[in-house]
Design a protein around this ligand. Structure first.
Ligand code: DGT
Ligand code: CA
Ligand code: CA
Ligand code: ZN
Length: 580
């Protein structure tokens, strides 16, 4: 039983209760419980097993008993009974963009729609368009969402599978016959979406390790199991491959299976130019008879790169986008690390659509060792997220100033995630914005403009002297919603010119701006801010994901605003934008 499983069960109960139209307070209690479990500082699983959850804020009596049962027995009858009230295919509907519990319930009771297949058929037959409360527009939207899901059927987001990868690694590490272990592939390269997990183990007993791999508790089906490799499918549909190699082969196999394929192809041809043949088993002279300079011993991946005259290339950079040239010239970037972060901007509270109060968010940031936290709740136009109007925002600013007086070595920065309106003007006027410490400007509506219109709209917002940074540039939701069209080059140029920071929004489905654009931005002197866009204390921890993506974008410590200590940030924010 892991912390994630506990939290997921509570979240699912909340969803099921919502389907049943239960009391909203009860639903909220489960959601909050899930969040508390995720963010709890300590071994919550053990505490639950020992029935020691009394007094933990966010976990009431009812949840306490359920968590205890779950942690000790692995299942919860209450949850299973709730689940049994609905057909299993119904749960897939939640993965469709734009369908919430209310709509799903309506479809289920009116048309007995209980799976994506039945929903698709009903759309094609025009039944959704005829349904009160739905209509032709919704029907088209649903069909688009289904098409999008089909397009990404075999992909997973990096963050969704990270807990699974860690769980499996933890189990395999206990195996007495495994001496070295890693996940390679796109996961190790921190690709934003991943098709499968590629495990690699060094062992003297490859067949045994392969067989044991297929009996992991997460495995739903065995695809193949041989002498040195095995493939399985997990309960969530994710495929996992395992290669079992010898200790000598391990660094070569790790390099090979980390990829990318393009990086490997380029590396192999570089080796060939030096008369060397590289594959997943080793590095050998092409011509065995020619007198060759002896190769240095290769014990780890770095040795392999060194043997080819290269600096060691971090996995995140291995996409054949200039990293081999930089490694040869000794100009690879020294990449940012999580420990470099001193704070973060763009976070929400209960004032708009966040789950936790200012104090709770600050408390979590303090416990993470951060020196500052930027608050940026929604502005009034984002009414669906309870955006703040002028007076509520000013009240929040006053509250932040009051709280700041209570800390010696921590501070909140008062900001706003201000809406960029259709014409590029902002949701608040300059006199209000000038009373804030900083401001994140984001697009939340009119995503259907042309690329030109959207680009001009965003550039106009960046020209405002009070806009410190641009929020989630493209509005994409990975595997759910395509980005709206926007000209990245022009946006980056404009950011450089107006000294506007671009956010790397590291909310797991966003990871926006995309990693492919950061090197260009960096080279033009555009600063990045790694922002979790946290709507709860637990989500502040997505900063780690943000750092992985920043690394993939070639970003160094000095390219990132929120690696700076609080005193520097204070000066920075007080300095007029043009002079920063
Ligand atoms: P994905 O699609 O998210 O699983 O992406 P990867 O990169 O993990 O791809 P995967 O699992 O098919 O293969 C893992 C690594 O193995 C890949 O990054 C590079 C290496 N590899 C696989 N097939 C080839 C190949 O045909 N040529 C070369 N040079 N390398 C390959
Ligand atoms: Ca893979
Ligand atoms: Ca694979
Ligand atoms: Zn936003």
């Amino acid at each position: 039983m892991t912390r994630e499983t506990l939290a997921d069960v509570l979240d699912e109960i909340a969803l099921l209760l919502e389907l049943k139209d239960e009391n909203p307070f009860k639903i909220r209690a489960y959601r909050q419980g899930a969040d508390t479990v995720r963010s709890f500082d300590g071994d919550i699983v053990q505490l639950a097993a020992d029935n020691q959850l009394t007094g933990i804020k966010g976990i009431g009596e009812a949840l306490r008993d359920k968590l205890h049962l779950l942690a000790t027995t692995g299942t919860l009858l209450y949850h299973q009974h709730l689940r049994a009230e609905f057909p299993p295919g119904l749960f897939d509907l939640f993965e469709l963009q734009g369908l919430g519990p209310k709509k799903i319930k309506g479809l289920y009771s009116a048309l007995a729609i209980d799976s994506i297949t039945t929903l698709k058929t009903a759309c094609i037959n025009g039944q959704i368009a005829a349904l009160p409360g739905f209509g032709a527009k919704t029907q088209t939207k649903i069909l688009e969402a289904i098409a999008l899901r089909e397009k990404f059927a075999d992909a997973f987001t990096l963050s969704a599978i990270t807990p699974l990868a860690d769980e499996i690694l933890d189990t395999l590490r206990l195996h007495p016959e495994i001496s070295q272990l890693a996940v390679a592939g796109s996961f190790r390269r921190a690709k934003e979406t991943v098709h499968d997990l590629d495990f690699l183990a060094a062992t003297k007993s490859p067949a045994l390790v392969c067989e044991d791999f297929t009996t992991l508790p997460q495995v739903a089906a065995v695809i193949a199991c041989g002498e040195t490799k095995a493939s399985v499918r997990l309960h969530n549909g994710l495929q996992c491959d395992l290669r079992a190699v010898s200790t000598d082969q391990f660094p070569f196999a790790l390099q090979y299976f980390t990829g990318s394929k393009e990086h490997n192809v380029a590396l192999r041809s570089l080796a060939l130019k030096r008369g060397l043949s590289l594959n997943e088993y080793g590095l050998t002279p092409v011509d065995a008879t020619a007198p060759a300079t002896p190769l240095p011993p290769i014990h780890e991946e770095a040795d392999l790169y060194h043997a080819l005259g290269l600096d060691h290339i971090q996995p995140e950079l291995r996409e054949n986008r200039g990293e081999l040239e930089a490694a040869a010239e000794h100009t690879l970037p020294l990449l940012v690390e999580l420990t470099h972060l001193r704070g973060t901007f763009h976070n929400h509270t209960t004032a708009s659509d966040g789950l936790h109060t200012l104090e709770a968010m600050a408390g979590e940031a303090i416990s993470m060792g951060l020196q500052y936290l930027g608050i940026a709740d929604h502005s009034k136009s984002t009414f669906q997220a309870n955006g703040l109007d002028e007076s509520r925002l000013l009240a929040q600013v006053a509250e932040i100033r009051r709280l700041n007086a209570t800390w010696d070595s921590f501070r909140l920065f008062a900001g706003s995630e201000v809406d960029i309106l259709k014409d590029g003007s902002l949701d608040f006027d300059d006199s209000l914005l000038s009373q804030l410490d900083y401001c994140v400007a984001s697009v939340h509506q009119f995503g259907n403009l042309t690329e030109d219109e959207m680009t001009r709209r965003i550039c106009r917002a960046m020209e405002n002297p009070h806009v410190t940074m641009l929020g989630h540039l493209t509005g994409r939701l990975l595997l759910r919603r395509d980005p709206y069209p926007v000209n990245h080059s022009k946006i980056i140029d404009c950011a450089a010119e107006t000294r506007t920071i671009i956010e790397l929004n590291c909310s797991p489905l966003r990871l926006d701006m995309d990693w492919r654009w950061w090197k260009r931005a960096r080279d033009l002197g555009v600063l990045c801010s790694i922002n979790p866009d946290a709507h709860s204390t637990a989500r502040l921890h997505h900063l780690g994901l943000g750092v992985r993506v920043a690394r993939k974008g070639w970003l160094r410590r000095q390219d990132i605003l929120n690696t700076r200590p609080v005193a520097e940030i204070e000066t920075f924010l007080r300095t007029p934008k043009k002079k920063r």
